[in-house]
Design a protein around this ligand. Structure first.
Ligand SMILES: [Mg+2]
Length: 183
């Protein structure tokens, strides 16, 4: 059972957000400039969440490179569940986005996890969890192998306890998961 995060791992939500910033503020901000997870901090604006919500609802975000091929290969190994911190009221447009990008056929289910509370999903017996947010990854069981998808906003994580295996591409992620499955 593999748990995959959606935004920052499968869905490139940053693309429409950065486009919106250009249009709204005339500021050319690039993905590499987003060095903190909280957009309010990076951009210095009060309602970054509104911008993110719009990007989700517009369903304009592209998939990251190598996602479809990666999901195909992972599905041979194990079932795939998306565990996202998107709020439940965005369930419909999330499912529609997965259908539009032809990804729904690989996904066993989508779980909308509560970020603030101790959501029971993290106690499930996942063999693998992949996320771009360390805070979320650390909630999974000790026995779950954790992959941190490297993005500019999580580069500062020092991983001192060695809890995560860091990957920078889908190709690498799949190779590492295949390797882990052999042990
Ligand atoms: Mg994420």
């Amino acid at each position: 059972m593999i748990a995959l995060d959606l935004d920052g791992v499968i869905c490139n939500l940053m693309a429409p957000v950065l486009h919106h910033i250009r249009q709204e503020y005339g500021a050319f901000v690039y993905e590499n400039d987003i060095r903190y997870y909280r957009l309010e901090e990076v951009l210095g604006i009060p309602d970054a969440w509104g911008m993110v919500r719009e990007a989700i609802e517009s369903k304009e975000a592209p998939v990251y490179e190598g996602v479809r091929e990666g999901l195909q290969r992972l599905l041979v190994e194990d079932s795939i569940t998306i565990v996202t911190a998107r709020p439940g009221f965005l369930a419909d447009c999330t499912h529609e986005w997965l259908v539009e990008w032809g990804l729904n056929e690989y996904i066993g289910g989508v779980y909308f996890a509560q970020l603030g509370a101790n959501d029971p999903i993290y106690s499930e017996d996942f063999t693998i969890a992949v996320d771009d947010r360390t805070e979320k990854l650390l909630r999974y069981r000790k026995t779950t192998k954790k992959f941190l998808f490297r993005r500019p906003w999580n580069q500062r994580c020092l991983n001192v306890e060695g809890n995560f295996t860091t990957v920078r591409s889908w190709q690498r992620l799949v190779e590492e998961i295949m390797l882990a499955a052999q042990h």
